[in-house]
Design a binder for this molecule. Sequence first.
Ligand SMILES: CSC[C@H]1O[C@@H](n2cnc3c(O)ncnc32)[C@H](O)[C@@H]1O
Ligand SMILES: [Zn+2]
Length: 446
Amino acid sequence: MAKIDVDTLISARWIAPVDIDRDAILEGYSIAIKGDRIEDICPTNEASAKFNAKETLDLPEHVIIPGLINAHGHAAMSLLRGFADDLPLKPWLEEHIWPAEGKHVSAPFVRDGTELAIAEMLLGGTTCFSDMYFFPEAAIEAVEQSGMRAQICIPIMDFPTPWASTPEEYLAKGESMLQQLSNHNRIGLALGPHAPYTVGDETFTRLVDLADKYQRPIQVHLHETDEEVASSLASLKVRPTERLESLGVLTHTTQCVHMTQIDETDMNILKRTGAHVVHCPESNMKLASGICPTATLLAADINTCIGTDGCASNNDLNMLGEMRTAALLGKVSAGDPAVLGAHTLLKMATLNGAKALGIDDIAGSLTIGKRADIAAIALDDLQFSPIYDPVAHLLYTDCAHKVSHVWVDGKMVVRERQLLTLDAAAIHARAKQWQATINQASQINE
Ligand SMILES: CSC[C@H]1O[C@@H](n2cnc3c(O)ncnc32)[C@H](O)[C@@H]1O
Ligand SMILES: [Zn+2]
């Protein structure tokens, strides 16, 4: 029988496909990549007879997983890592972050900060991220350069920032981007209203019209703190979820980020709208915002995925670490160690993320015909020994620095822990320059 030509053939000790059988682990299998897609997944002892590969890679002590999907963040805020720590959300934003953004955020800031974030994410096994930040055109340039997959949310607020002065300007810039960037292979646009407390009803109504017209998802910070819910109840007599449902915001592949405050009304709203929840445990813990009841959401079949949030409230973009935090926090808050096991977390950080972003037809699992977004992790150190379940090690043992190879859309972007599409030294140098600029501005103000 004639061999099939493929681009890459990866043989690994374990593969966790996260598709049909959630807990399945294939041992001694290979993945064949052709172009941007997974051509086949078959036993390694059949693969060499079946395929003629341009490149063959043997990963004997590795586990291969679908690339991780970081479903919420503000990538360029990597340049504000450690800028204002140990504060609650309101003073953190109002007294520190927003003033700094007003002074420093520009297209070059976003380009450099997004590259820094992408470098960190790729090296941690993340192949797709959602971004909500100013100057999204600059974030797109960084994504293009890196080869990563992304949902870029058009930021929308009712107050002026360095990117736009009025709601009309945010929406006009957003619509122009929607017209220019449709059908990109790796980048999808979404509408990103910041939060119920920074966006008025009229702006929400207008952005819902845009989401309808261009068939794009919506991502919004929602029920991040109890104060957000209390102030909405005090001034408007409704919970933010009720307000957003009545404005039609929640039925557009809508991703509700945080959701630390959930009562029965909210559960019913999430159920009937089909909205998705993005859980950002480390940001919620660091700002002491609250705890998203993930075990309850999953039990109610509400699609729940994982995000890191920005580096100024986390302070890293390590999805394997975030998954561990989500598992541990979920167990202790539910008072039940049986909930949120390793395989559940791997699914939340892959397939559930793809569902939330509306890309589960092409990403989120290792499935024949889907795009080849893949991460390989080397379980070759003594702290991984013995190995009863490699997925358990991904969650409960520190593996983030053991991500060895990463592919996005069939293209290798990390090889043996080296970035292939980005210049790590230049990114590092530019981050240091930004720190000097930001430090200097803070000293002048003292
Ligand atoms: C509209 S661009 C994004 C905007 O959101 C700010 N931000 C970062 N993290 C959070 C968070 O946890 N809750 C609310 N807002 C956040 C960021 O600084 C930008 O101003
Ligand atoms: Zn956020």
